[in-house]
Design a binder for this molecule. Structure first.
Ligand SMILES: [Zn+2]
Length: 471
C-alpha cells in the first residue's frame, strides 16, 4: 500500500486530455496535447501543476519523477455488470430477452454462493485494474454478500466505484434465484445505502467518496408499479447524500416482442422513460416520484423519442452508450447526432457481459465504426477529441464527479494511466503518416493511440494520486 508521501510525485510524458468543462459540441477546442508534459501531484493526491516539462517550476522537477510514453486520464466505464464478469461471449442464440433468460439469469444466480461471489469480485476488480477503468458505475448483484465483496475489493484496490444491487421482483423461471418480493427489494436497497454509501478511506464527503451507491432496478420489465413507487421514494429520501440511480432504457426494439414494446404493454405508458419518471400508471399518469436527476445514468437509450431525450437532458441525467453490446444483442445503435443534439450527456459503457470488451478504448473503436456506418444523413466521423472525451471527462460528468476527476485540470484528484506502446501500436505511433500541420498531427496521433491501445500497453494506473497498479 502506498503512503500518502508516495503520491507526491511528477509524471512526465506525452499527455493528452480534454481541459476545462466544455459542452460536448465544443470538445475539439479543448484537446490538450503536450509532447513533453508534466503533471505534478501533491500529498493529498491532487493535481498541483500541469504543463510542458520545460516550463515546470523547480519544485515540480525536483520531486520523484515517473516517466511514461503517454499519459491519459483514467477511463470511466458508466455501465458494467459485475455479476456478468464471466459472461462475456456467452452464446444465447438471440436478442436481449432470450440472452437474459438462457445465459445471464443462470450466471447471476451463481453469486448466491459466497465463495463464488468473493472470487468473482476479485476477478472483476482485477479486470478493471488491468484496463485502467479508474471510475465505474457498476450494475450489481442481487445478493448483498456479493455486493459486500465488490465494495471490499474495490476499496482494497483503490478504485472509484458506484454500485447497487440489481432489483428484480419479476422474471422468468431462470431468474427465480434473483427475485425478491417488493418489500424485501426496498429494504435490501435501503440497507445497502446505509452500509456503503459514502465509504471513503480518507473520510471525504459522501458525494465525493470512493464508494457510493445507486438504486438499480434491472429494467422496467423486472419491476412493478409498486416497486417503482418505492424506489422513487427511496431516491427522494437519499438524493441529497448523492445516491445514484442506474438502469437500462430502450435497449432492444425488435418489432412485436422486443423489450421496448413489452414495457409499453406491461405499464400502458406512452414512452418507456415514463416508467422511470414516476409516470408509470396507465396512460403515463403519475404514480410516484421520478428516478431522474443529475446522478441518474440510463444505459443504452437506443430507441428513444426526441421527447424522452429532452426530458433526460432537462433532468440532468446521462446516457451510458454501449456500442459493443448493442451490436452483440442486435439492438441497433444509439443515434449519435440526434442524441447528443438533445443536450443529454453521453458517456461510454462496456456493458460487460453483453459487451465483450473491458477496455474502454476498444469500445471507442466500436463507436467510431458504428456511427460512421449510421444511415446517410446520420453518419458521423467522431473526432479523436470527441472519442477521448466520451471515455474520460464525459464519464466523470455522467457520474456528477466532474469537479473531482476526468481530466488533468489543476485541483482535480489525479486519476491517470501510464502508457507504453506495445506490439502494433508501437509501430503505428512511430511510423504512421502524420500531417505537416502540427495541430492535425497531434489529433492523428491521439486517434492512433486510442484505436491501437491494448491492455498490454497500460503499464500503470493512478487513482487519487495513488499508484494502484504498476510503478
Ligand atoms: Zn447492461
Amino acid at each position: 500500500m502506498d503512503t500518502v508521501q508516495d503520491r507526491h510525485r511528477t509524471y512526465r510524458g506525452h499527455l493528452f486530455h480534454i481541459a476545462g468543462s466544455p459542452h460536448s459540441a465544443a470538445v475539439d477546442a479543448h484537446v490538450v496535447s503536450e509532447r513533453d508534459g508534466a503533471i505534478a501531484v501533491d500529498r493529498q493526491g491532487r493535481i498541483e501543476w500541469v504543463g510542458p516539462w520545460g516550463r515546470a517550476p523547480r519544485h515540480v522537477i525536483e520531486r520523484p519523477v515517473a516517466r511514461a510514453a503517454f499519459l491519459l486520464p483514467g477511463f470511466v466505464d458508466t455501465h458494467v455488470h459485475y455479476p456478468q464478469v464471466y459472461s462475456t461471449d456467452a452464446y444465447g442464440g438471440g436478442q436481449l430477452l432470450e440472452w437474459l433468460d438462457s445465459c445471464i439469469f443462470p450466471a447471476e444466480a451463481r453469486f448466491k454462493d459466497e465463495a463464488f461471489a468473493r472470487q468473482a469480485a476479485a476477478d472483476f476488480t482485477a479486470r478493471r485494474l488491468a484496463v485502467g477503468t479508474t471510475s465505474a458505475m457498476v450494475f450489481g448483484s442481487a445478493f448483498p454478500h456479493a455486493q459486500d465483496a465488490l465494495y471490499e475489493q474495490s476499496l482494497a484496490a483503490g478504485l472509484r466505484t458506484v454500485s447497487g444491487r440489481g432489483v428484480q421482483v419479476l422474471g422468468p423461471p431462470s431468474a427465480s434465484m434473483l427475485l425478491t418480493d417488493e418489500e424485501e427489494a426496498l429494504s435490501l436497497v435501503a440497507a445497502e445505502i446505509d452500509r456503503w454509501h459514502g465509504t471513503d478511506p480518507e473520510q471525504r464527503p459522501a458525494h465525493e467518496a470512493m464508494i457510493q451507491t445507486a438504486i438499480v432496478p434491472r429494467f422496467s420489465l423486472s419491476t412493478t408499479p409498486r416497486t417503482l413507487a418505492g424506489l422513487g421514494e427511496l431516491f427522494t429520501g437519499h438524493r441529497d447524500r448523492g445516491v445514484y440511480v442506474h438502469t437500462h432504457l430502450s435497449e432492444n426494439d425488435r418489432p412485436g416482442d422486443g423489450e421496448c414494446a413489452a414495457v409499453r404493454a406491461a405499464y400502458g405508458v406512452e414512452h418507456y422513460l415514463d416508467t422511470y419518471d414516476g409516470l408509470f400508471l396507465p396512460g403515463s399518469r403519475r404514480g410516484g416520484d421520478s428516478l431522474l436527476g443529475r446522478r441518474t445514468i440510463m444505459a443504452h437509450a437506443v430507441h428513444c423519442a426526441d421527447v424522452e431525450l429532452r426530458r433526460l437532458a432537462d433532468a440532468g441525467a446521462s446516457i451510458a452508450h454501449c456500442p459493443v453490446s448493442q451490436q452483440f444483442l442486435g439492438s441497433g445503435t444509439m443515434p449519435w447526432r440526434r442524441t447528443t443534439a438533445s443536450g443529454v450527456t453521453v458517456a461510454m459503457g462496456t456493458d460487460v457481459g453483453a459487451g465483450d470488451e473491458w477496455l474502454m478504448s476498444r469500445v471507442l473503436a466500436s463507436a467510431y465504426g458504428v456511427h460512421l456506418s449510421e444511415p446517410a444523413g446520420a453518419s458521423v466521423a467522431l473526432t479523436p477529441g470527441e472519442l477521448l472525451f466520451a471515455a474520460t471527462l464525459a464519464g466523470a460528468r455522467a457520474l456528477d464527479q466532474e469537479r473531482l476527476t476526468g481530466n488533468f485540470d489543476i485541483g482535480k484528484e489525479a486519476d491517470l494511466l501510464l502508457i507504453e506502446p506495445t506490439e502494433a501500436l508501437a509501430g503505428a505511433i512511430e511510423f504512421g503518416v502524420r500531417a505537416d500541420e502540427e495541430d492535425r498531427a497531434h489529433r492523428q496521433l491521439l486517434f492512433t493511440l486510442l484505436m491501437g491501445l491494448r491492455e498490454s500497453a497500460i503499464r500503470g494506473v493512478v487513482v487519487r494520486g495513488r499508484v494502484v497498479r504498476g510503478s
